[in-house]
Write a protein that binds this ligand. Sequence first.
Ligand SMILES: [Zn+2]
Length: 65
Amino acid sequence: MAHPKRRHSNARTRLRRAHDHLVPQSRSQCSQCGAFILPHRVCISCGFYKGELVKTIRVKTKKKE
Ligand SMILES: [Zn+2]
């Protein structure tokens, strides 16, 4: 099996891993209801996209016992 000839230095490993961090998801606010939404996506709380109703959102209701 192939084997590394030389050991990588700590700096070289750390330089490679410097780009491995997670980037926080960008958020924008819905123009209709003000909820935080993912950009270029329909608002999940009111169903609006670019000020237009695209999807009617059904609200979950608890069943009566
Ligand atoms: Zn909304």
